[in-house]
Design a protein around this ligand. Structure first.
Ligand code: SAM
Length: 225
């Protein structure tokens, strides 16, 4: 059995979802991007196909494509059951049902799995984990962190969040984090302490509305420069 970090399950989104979660402009997509905690999202595969410059970092990349596929299959039903039980916490507009959600996520993850082995060779998928990343200072123009920080408020401490945000700022000129909600679709109690912590260090921090909302109320990201 594969043991994953803090029991956080693999689940992957498409590039078009990243574009909306992070208000990514065509110019943003030309920047040198770090996808932190991208896991089995197809963001890296799709952006690379379009000629983008991206590295994804995630502890799951320590494993082979077959092992990651096995883990996805082991946890898939659990995630779908949980979503079914908590349907009222989501907006079922663009994605009409839990079944459709499952199909969309699986197809993004299949795209990732096809790209993974080649991407490892090209150094586009790097095994590593917050709060210490294997990159140099300001190696990236833009770091994106989707569905990890804030979402797993119950699993990851405030101290972990503070160190992680500092680390993302060390390796990248700009950092965007989405969502600011936890798994119960409640605003994470860490958001305000983190904003205060960053402002005290003279960082430019803004909460910005985005054109994506699947968890109810989850339509803002944190942007740190
Ligand atoms: C829910 S998935 C989100 C995947 C992708 N970002 C998306 O939005 O589709 C959370 C990911 O965070 C990764 N993760 C867990 N702990 C991490 C850490 N300390 N540093 C970086 N990634 C981590 C997991 O392996 C998993 O792939």
């Amino acid at each position: 059995m594969i043991i994953m970090y803090h029991n956080i399950k693999p689940w992957g989104r498409y590039l078009k979802e990243y574009v909306r979660m992070f208000n990514l402009t065509p110019d943003d997509l030309k920047r040198k991007i770090l996808g932190c905690g991208d896991g089995p999202a197809s963001f890296n595969a799709e952006l690379t196909e379009r000629g983008g410059n991206i590295i994804s970092v995630d502890p799951v990349y320590f494993f082979s494509a077959d092992q990651i596929r096995q883990r996805i299959h082991e946890t898939y039903n659990d995630i779908i059951d949980q979503t079914q039980k908590n349907q009222d916490k989501f907006i079922w507009q663009e994605i009409g049902s839990v079944e459709e959600l499952g199909r969309i996520r699986m197809s993004a993850m299949e795209k990732f799995l096809k790209d993974f082995s080649g991407g490892v060779v090209q150094n586009r998928y790097v095994s590593g984990e917050l709060p210490f990343l294997p990159f140099s200072d300001k190696e990236f123009d833009l770091a994106l962190c989707s569905h990890l920080l804030f979402l797993y408020t119950k699993n990851l401490s405030l101290e972990f969040h503070l160190k992680s945000v500092e680390e993302l700022c060390r390796v990248s000129n700009e950092v965007r984090i989405f969502p600011l909600l936890d798994v119960n679709a409640d605003r994470s109690p860490y958001v305000e302490p983190i904003i205060n912590f960053l402002r005290a260090r003279n960082r430019d921090v803004e909460e910005i509305k985005v054109a994506y909302e699947f968890q109810k109320g989850g339509n803002t990201m944190l942007r740190i420069c």
